[in-house]
Design a protein around this ligand. Structure first.
Ligand code: SF4
Ligand code: SF4
Length: 319
């Protein structure tokens, strides 16, 4: 991948365009700064294709996508928003589930476009719960056979830069999360940063390391045993169905837009939208309490830590 120019191709499958809305609300830097080259470290980013915010439309837009497929924009970063449906299921009853545009009178199907682009892409980034793990479209009973990009391309898939699919789940992820991740990858491509460490679900650890419960602004109330019994109260939302104890997400700490907002911060519960099982069990029903196991093991660890803290205070302290 050249240092000067990095092409970005953003395609959308089964989704609600919420990730696109979210990224347009990103700040520090915002999209204007990213695309105008205001930040020297990440200048040279060229958004080649994005069905929602690009200027060309109709067949002119499809022609650009066709050109990408045929190599005109190599090398490029492929960003995928939305799940991938099983078009074989659609064929059983006729028609198709997910077309992305017509060219020469023929519909381009999302799964076919994704497969072709994945063979040329320097990096593949799955943005949002749908592209990462299937999200809402793959929720039980999953009528379209929807799946995330990694399940569609296969766990052994490697991009042109030798990277697996990088997942940025969330429904949607915050704009900050998306821009931070893409910015990091641009700097990785330019040799300025190492490849981000990924967790077992291919999420960058620097963005998805902590559990919501560990960084929640209501964690002090949880530790003190104060629980909200109805929405609107300021205490821990665990009794109202919060799944923060089994969910990895930075939103409670970093907010949603420019440090403001965030689910538990503003009085909502965490519904686990960054986790592979979302929106199915154990994250649904959304208002059902989280499984007791993680709380029990946390309580045990807590007790041990408290005993250690008391014992350490009994020991003399060298100054
Ligand atoms: S259960 Fe939810 S609201 Fe309570 S401290 Fe944990 S993450 Fe915050
Ligand atoms: S706090 Fe929970 S519900 Fe909110 S964005 Fe993060 S994972 Fe999703």
């Amino acid at each position: 991948m050249t240092l000067e120019k990095i092409n970005v191709v953003w395609i959308q499958g089964q989704g609600c365009t919420g990730c696109t809305v979210s990224v347009t609300g990103g700040t520090n830097p915002d999209l204007i700064n990213v695309f105008t080259g205001f930040l020297p470290q990440i200048e040279g980013i060229n958004l080649v294709y994005h069905p929602t915010i690009m200027v060309p439309w109709g067949e002119a837009a499809s022609k650009i996508l066709d050109d990408v497929i045929n190599g005109k924009y190599d090398p490029f970063v492929l960003v995928v928003e939305g799940a991938v449906p099983d078009e074989k299921k659609a064929q059983e009853t006729g028609g198709y589930y997910c077309g992305v545009g017509e060219i020469d009178g023929k519909m381009m199907l999302f799964d076919d476009v994704l497969l072709k682009l994945s063979k040329r892409a320097g990096v593949v980034v799955a943005v949002g719960a749908c592209a990462s793990f299937g999200g809402i479209p793959h929720g039980n009973p999953n009528p379209t056979g929807a799946k995330g990009v990694i399940n569609f391309l296969g766990k052994d898939y490697k991009s042109g830069l030798g990277l697996p699919v990088i997942n940025l789940p969330g429904c949607p992820p915050s704009g900050e999360t998306i821009i931070e991740a893409l910015g990091h990858l641009v700097l990785t491509a330019r040799g300025a940063l190492p490849v981000p460490e990924l967790d077992a679900d291919n999420r960058p650890v620097f963005l998805y390391g902590p559990k919501v419960h560990e960084i929640c602004p209501r964690a002090g109330y949880f530790a003190g045993g104060k629980y909200s019994s109805e929405f609107g109260e300021p205490y821990c939302m665990g009794m109202l169905g919060c799944k923060g104890i089994i969910t990895h997400c930075q939103v409670p700490k970093k907010g949603f837009v420019e440090g403001a907002g965030g689910c538990t911060t503003v009085g909502g519960i965490c519904i686990g939208c960054t986790e592979p099982e979302f929106p199915d069990e154990p994250f649904s029903p959304f208002l059902q309490k989280a499984p007791v196991g993680p709380y029990a093991s946390e309580a045990m660890e807590d007790m041990v830590a408290k005993v250690k803290a008391v014992l350490s205070r009994l020991l003399s302290r060298k100054i």
